[in-house]
Design a protein around this ligand. Structure first.
Ligand SMILES: Cc1cc2nc3c(=O)[nH]c(=O)nc-3n(C[C@H](O)[C@H](O)[C@H](O)COP(=O)(O)O)c2cc1C
Length: 185
């Protein structure tokens, strides 16, 4: 089987990540892959925000503050989890859908395109020997978090990609049967 096919068929998210993360040059490589996402009318309806190093701590404070706005009664452990979330990987990449009015390309398609870009980044990260996981959660949909990231009114976070070196062994990939997901019309 060609390597690339095996690579596509075995991608495996990594919930636990550690240093090192992709270098600046490698981040460029990841984004080159993202920029080949299928894109109706070439709207380029995506952008990416890297959060790394000490900025992860600053972003953790944002997450905790926004959590408290959503849920003022959040207890200490939930607050701590929010504050520490960005520290779970050396590189956090927010994938943002930049939604544009277009007569033939509804927002739905633009969100899908941003999702394809996110997937391409995960695949490219594995190709470079790293690993990652796509997370969202309440923070991704919180307009206050978006504002802190500098999002415009028509922009949305579709993914927080946690990227770094896999910590521990990959889980077993479930043996799913293509036939169970295929019908013929
Ligand atoms: C849009 C989207 C949002 C997700 N959000 C989360 C999340 O917030 N937390 C989480 O643990 N997994 C989340 N996942 C799932 C993981 O990224 C991953 O797919 C899952 O752990 C299964 O691992 P696998 O991709 O190796 O099969 C999300 C996946 C997608 C596509």
């Amino acid at each position: 089987m060609p390597d690339i096919l095996q690579h596509l068929q075995t991608r495996n998210s990594a919930p636990r990540l550690t240093a090192p993360g992709p270098s600046g040059e490698q981040l460029d490589e990841l984004l080159q892959a993202a920029l080949r996402a299928p894109d109706h009318a070439w709207l380029r309806p995506w952008r990416f925000i890297a959060i790394e190093g000490e900025r992860r701590e600053d972003f953790g404070e944002v997450l905790e503050r926004c959590l408290l706005r959503r849920d003022p009664a959040a207890d200490a452990s939930v607050r701590e989890r929010a504050r520490a979330a960005p520290l779970r990987a050396p590189l956090l990449l927010a994938v943002v859908a930049c939604l544009q009015e277009h007569p033939k390309v509804p927002f739905y398609e633009q969100r899908l395109s941003a999702g394809c870009a996110a997937h391409a980044i995960l695949l490219a990260a594995e190709a470079l020997g790293y690993a990652g996981i796509w997370r969202t959660g309440d923070a991704a949909f919180d307009p206050l978090v978006g504002a802190a990231l500098g999002l415009e009114r028509d922009e949305e976070v579709v993914a927080f990609l946690y990227l770094g070196t896999r910590d521990g062994n990959p889980k077993n990939v479930p043996a799913l049967q293509p036939a169970d997901f295929l019908s013929r019309w």
